[in-house]
Write a protein that binds this ligand. Structure first.
Ligand SMILES: O=C(NCCCCc1cc2cnccc2s1)c1cc(-c2ccc(F)cc2)cc(O)c1O
Ligand SMILES: [Mg+2]
Length: 214
């Protein structure tokens, strides 16, 4: 059904998930990707770790790099306090178009702003475009070799404040070794590794939570 994997995921959501129910959208995607075809969502196991951090931080302004089908955007948005905003960035217009529909089906579109394009272009203009001072929480889930340069760019653009938290997916698989070395070695970050598994598999992966100390 549908020519691309994201289209098949959207079809599954429309046929199986309850409209307006973010939880059922998340569960439907997890079921499909665990039992029908694997897809690179953060998934249920790592998603639970992400949920606990979002609930602890209660971010007013949150950034997600790497939307894909919108699975984590829906997961995050369903936990955000009122008048909080998730800005999620996707490079691939086909994925972005699918994600918009998944986000709408889940009924969280009023908490999510989806922007399209490469992070390197967007990060320097986000303050002005969105009237932001800084992000309380950033979820890195885009090109793994962009985690480090984009983190440095966010520092330079003043998008991080003392206490801003970075949460990075896939620090083991596919891996982001230069990023890990940076946040774990820098006196400007307090970093913690949450051991888990690659979504829907038994392969080791994990999430790195790093607090920016300013
Ligand atoms: O590549 C991954 N995610 C990034 C997609 C990059 C698209 C974007 C670039 C870009 C640039 N600027 C702005 C926005 C964006 S969005 C990824 C891959 C695996 C994986 C794949 C095969 C495998 F065998 C084992 C793991 C697992 C994961 O959880 C992933 O997240
Ligand atoms: Mg990922």
């Amino acid at each position: 059904y549908g020519s691309t994997r994201p289209e098949r995921i959207l079809a599954e959501v429309k046929s199986k998930a309850t409209r307006g129910d973010a939880r059922s959208v998340v569960d439907t995607i997890d079921q499909y990707c665990r039992h029908q075809e694997w897809a690179m969502n953060v998934g249920d196991e790592k998603g639970t770790i992400l949920d606990s951090i979002v609930c602890e931080v209660k971010p007013r302004a949150m950034l997600e790099l790497g939307t894909y089908c919108g699975y984590s955007a829906v997961r995050i948005a369903s936990l955000l306090p009122p008048n909080s905003r998730l800005i999620t960035m996707e490079f691939n217009p086909v994925f972005a178009a699918i994600a918009r529909q998944v986000i709408a089906w889940a009924g969280v579109e009023d908490k999510v702003v989806l922007i399209e394009g490469p992070s390197g272009d967007w990060i320097p203009k986000m303050k002005k475009e969105f009237g932001l001072t800084s992000f309380d929480l950033v979820f890195l889930d885009h090109w793994k070799d962009c985690y480090l340069p984009d983190t440095k760019l966010m520092e330079e653009c003043g998008l991080l404040r003392t206490g801003s938290i970075l949460v990075a997916d896939n620090v083991i698989c596919p891996g982001a070794p230069d990023y890990l070395e940076y946040v774990r070695g820098s006196p400007r970050y307090e970093s913690k590794y949450f051991r888990s598994h690659l979504e829907y598999t038994r392969v080791e992966d994990g999430i790195e939570k790093s607090v920016f100390l300013g």
